[in-house]
Design a binder for this molecule. Structure first.
Ligand SMILES: [Zn+2]
Length: 243
């Protein structure tokens, strides 16, 4: 089954012209997305593949909030996301949602969040063969579609690890763009320095015990820069990154 999907994606790639890899490292401080150089190098070869996006070119005063994994389900965070109508993209692991799917289905129903793909087991996709990539990406997409009634269109590759083979596998699974990040606001042991956000930046957060505080720092940084959280997909489309 995976063979036909990959072959179809490869054939489709030949006839498409869209395929911009974004490798913006503007800002410099804080935790910038990894492998930007590799992504830029892949752009010319990756015509027709879904783009890798770490920053969205836009003239609008917007910033993108993304939250990964899904292990810790803090009710206060859910209230903040719903009450403040924050259009966050949630890149969820099916296993992290399955013991309390309701936390996320309620968020999706009541708030403005979208549920997106983060693989099944959080591997470095560049280390897997084609069948492994297919199982991780298509498998997670199918599980999330079953739980949330909607096929995810965006993939966050675990660790931001991407190459053209990962992009091809993602395309075969219906992924329209691979989303990395501009800055990681997650408190991993210690709180990272708060960068000055710019329009189009992608903020990375995680469902950890510090998410409430990390999200607040991100919202404060956005406000300080005059930026509003916005939904990713419409801006990926208006930037021409997704058809
Ligand atoms: Zn993750």
């Amino acid at each position: 089954m995976w063979r036909s999907r990959v072959v179809l994606a490869a054939l489709a790639s030949l006839s498409l012209t869209v395929g911009v890899a974004q490798a913006d490292e503007a800002g410099g401080s804080g935790a910038a997305a990894p492998a930007a150089g590799a992504v830029a190098a892949g752009a010319s070869r990756g015509v027709g593949l879904p783009p890798v996006v770490s920053h969205v070119p836009t003239g609008e005063k917007v910033v993108f909030i993304t939250i990964d994994d899904g292990w810790v389900h803090d009710p206060a965070v859910a209230r903040t996301l719903v009450d403040r109508r924050i259009p966050a993209s949630l890149f969820l692991l099916p296993g992290a949602t399955s013991y309390d799917t309701r936390y996320f289905t309620d968020l999706a129903a009541q708030g403005r969040v979208s549920v997106e793909n983060h693989t099944v087991n959080h591997p470095d996709l560049t280390t897997l063969d084609a069948a492994g990539k297919d199982a991780e990406v298509c498998g997670a997409g199918e599980q999330l579609a079953a739980s949330f009634g909607k096929e995810p269109k965006l993939l966050r590759p675990p660790f931001g690890a991407v190459n053209d083979d990962v992009r091809l596998a993602a395309k075969a699974c219906g992924v329209k763009a691979l989303i990395t990040w501009t800055y990681d606001f997650t408190t991993w042991g210690e709180t990272p320095p708060t960068p000055r956000l710019a329009a189009g930046d992608i903020v990375l957060l995680h469902f950890t015990p510090t998410l409430g505080a990390d999200l607040q720092r991100a919202l404060d940084a956005a406000k300080a820069a005059g930026l509003k959280p916005a939904a990713l997909m419409p801006h990926l489309k208006s930037a021409g990154l997704v058809p």
